[in-house]
Structures are given as structure tokens and as C-alpha cells.
Design a binder for this molecule. Structure first.
Ligand code: ZN
Length: 338
């Protein structure tokens, strides 16, 4: 059986705080004298229902983890470890998602917060031997004008090189905020050449996928799995070439599906959608990138040629340069030929 860790791939859906190793979180908590909920440190993946109460529990744990990140050294460590862990799993291209607002109070504002992440991404990528691009993500829970401010900041650092901003996202509870009100921020990002990569089609169904497509013109959708509930919407997504960042373990942890075999990965692929598997928040879901490919193979019955296609799809949907994509795709061919 071919080793999934050796399969070259791109990782397009990983959140900054959620990428943290449990051991690092424990260390930061000790250092800063923060008492963490035991759930963050035990061995069990989070499991909540897909309702607002479930999301609240997830968010409370996420906030507790974020409260342990208190300055430049902590931020650099998170990026460095995310790059190392990704590289160890065969990822040649990581696009890590961060909302600089969360860390701004510790480093003097959103501009230095982003600059630290970008510089750390450059260094971490070089040290780990992978490319690390950054996605600036606004939050649905905050005012759309804040999203515009973030989009302008992201635009200043736009580029496809290491340590540059490659995309603009929108995260947090999909049921909150008015999607149309974020169109302005995405227009700013798009004008700067940034990929549009909002979350959508996770906690809400196909109607909201269409709202996101109509208002935010995504190049990729964070999750988008629930497009599968309406063949017309799924066809539209596939025809538009909108890639879906599918995170099976996350979907199960957050109650979107009852178990991994219910994740409609097969239906998405069969409809011609481009899929890039991602880990989302391994800190809480206890499941990293390779585990998502393992679910595709072991639970959903994907053959190795199909697994290789998933990896190719992730590479093509990334914002890597054409040269980097070609190099990684050659590696996928070699993996399959081995
Ligand atoms: Zn996410």
C-alpha cells in the first residue's frame, strides 16, 4: 500500500490557532499562567451537535486556545510548527488562514500582527522545505467594515511567493452575519489579485452556497460540502471551477455529518468538483492532513489513482506558482508509479 505521507499535496484549509500542537498549547498555557479546559488537553476529538449551542462550545474552546497566544514568539512558533508538521505529511504547499485582529493587542495592531505571520511563514517554509502562503480571514461575527480594513491590509501584501498573502477568507459561524454585506471587502481583495476563499456550505445548505457564490465570487469554498444536497447547485459550483476545501474530520467533529462515511466526498468528485482535502483545526479535531486522505481511502473507498487525483486537485486549486505546481504534480505521478 502506498504511503499517504509521501503523497505530495497542498493544504489549503488550516487555521492558525487551530493548527497548534496540543503539547505547544499546554506549554503556552503554563508559560502565561492560563488554566485551560481539560477538553483541550485530553486525547479525544471534539464532538458537538451542528446547532448554535454546539458551535458555541467549539468557539469557547477555540477562544481559550487563542488566549494562550500572546505575542510575537508564540505566533512565530505556531507558524514554524505548522510548516514542519505539514511538511512531515507530504504537503509541499500550505496556505494558512489567520485573522490578525485576534493577535493585534499583543503586538501593536493588525499591521504588525500580519507582518509577523508573513515573516514567520517565509522563515518557516524555508526551514521546513515547503511553501507557506497566508490567507487573511475576516470574521462574520464582526462588522463588515472591519472586513474591508483587513482586505486593504491583505492587498498590500498580495503575491504568490513565500510569506505573501495569497487569499482573503471569511470564517466563523456561517449562520451569523449577512453574506452580501461582505461583498465590498471581497471586491477589494479581488482587485488586488487575491483568491476569494470564504467559508460556506458547511453549517448552511445549498441556498447559502449560492449566496456566497453570488456575493463573494469564490475561487474556493471553505467546506462547500453541503452543495451536494442540491445537484443544480453542485453542478453550478463544479462548472464555475470553484474548488471545495473538504475537511471530513472537521465535519464529523462539528456534527455536520454523523460519521466519516456520510461525508459526500464521492458525490462531489463524481459531479466534477475540484476538491482539496484539509484539516481545518487539528488542535480540536485531533486529525491532521494525512488522516483526511486516510478517510477517503479507508472509509470512502477511494483507490490510489483517485487519491492521487485528490492530491492533484489540491495542488491545482492552490495559489502556488505554475513552476511549483508542476513540480508537485510530477511528484504525485511518481508516487502513483511507485
Ligand atoms: Zn475553517
Amino acid at each position: 500500500m502506498r504511503d499517504l505521507e509521501k503523497l505530495p499535496k497542498a493544504h489549503l484549509h488550516l487555521h492558525f490557532t487551530g493548527s497548534m500542537r496540543v503539547s505547544t498549547l499546554a506549554d503556552l498555557a503554563t508559560r502565561h499562567g492560563v488554566r485551560l479546559p481539560s477538553q483541550l488537553l485530553d486525547d479525544d476529538p471534539l464532538h458537538v451537535p451542528a446547532d448554535e449551542r454546539g458551535w458555541f462550545r467549539f468557539q469557547r474552546l477555540y477562544d481559550a486556545a487563542r488566549a494562550c497566544v500572546r505575542g510575537e514568539a508564540d505566533m512565530r512558533r505556531i507558524v514554524a510548527e505548522a510548516a514542519l508538521d505539514d511538511a512531515a505529511e507530504g504537503s509541499g504547499r500550505l496556505e494558512i488562514q489567520v485573522d490578525p485582529t485576534s493577535y493585534a493587542p499583543f503586538v501593536g495592531g493588525i499591521t504588525p500582527a500580519l507582518e509577523i505571520v508573513l515573516d514567520a511563514a517565509r522563515e518557516a517554509g524555508a526551514a521546513a522545505g515547503i511553501e507557506v502562503g497566508v490567507i487573511v480571514a475576516a470574521s462574520r461575527m464582526r462588522h463588515p467594515l472591519e472586513a474591508r480594513t483587513l482586505a486593504r491590509l491583505a492587498a498590500l501584501h498580495a503575491g504568490d511567493g513565500p510569506g505573501q498573502v495569497v487569499g482573503f477568507g471569511l470564517s466563523n459561524d456561517e449562520r451569523r452575519g449577512d453574506t452580501a454585506e461582505f461583498a465590498g471587502a471581497f471586491a477589494i481583495a479581488r482587485r488586488a489579485g487575491l483568491a476569494s476563499v470564504p467559508h460556506g456550505g458547511e453549517l448552511l445548505g445549498p441556498a447559502h452556497v449560492e449566496a456566497v457564490v453570488d456575493n463573494l465570487t469564490p475561487d474556493r469554498l471553505g467546506h462547500g460540502v453541503r452543495s451536494a444536497e442540491d445537484p443544480r447547485v453542485l453542478d453550478r459550483v463544479a462548472a464555475a471551477g470553484i474548488a471545495l476545501e473538504v475537511c471530513p474530520a472537521s465535519n464529523v467533529s462539528l456534527g455536520v455529518y454523523g460519521s466519516p462515511d456520510e461525508v459526500p466526498l464521492r458525490a462531489l468528485v463524481d459531479a466534477g468538483a475540484q476538491v482539496a482535502l484539509g484539516a481545518d483545526d487539528p488542535l480540536l479535531f485531533r486529525s491532521r492532513l494525512v488522516a483526511q486522505y486516510a478517510i477517503a481511502r479507508d472509509v470512502l473507498g477511494f483507490t490510489d489513482p483517485e487519491i492521487a487525483d485528490l492530491a492533484r486537485s489540491s495542488i491545482r486549486a492552490s495559489r502556488a506558482s505554475d513552476g511549483s505546481k508542476a513540480r508537485l504534480l510530477t511528484g504525485v505521478d511518481a508516487w502513483l508509479a511507485s
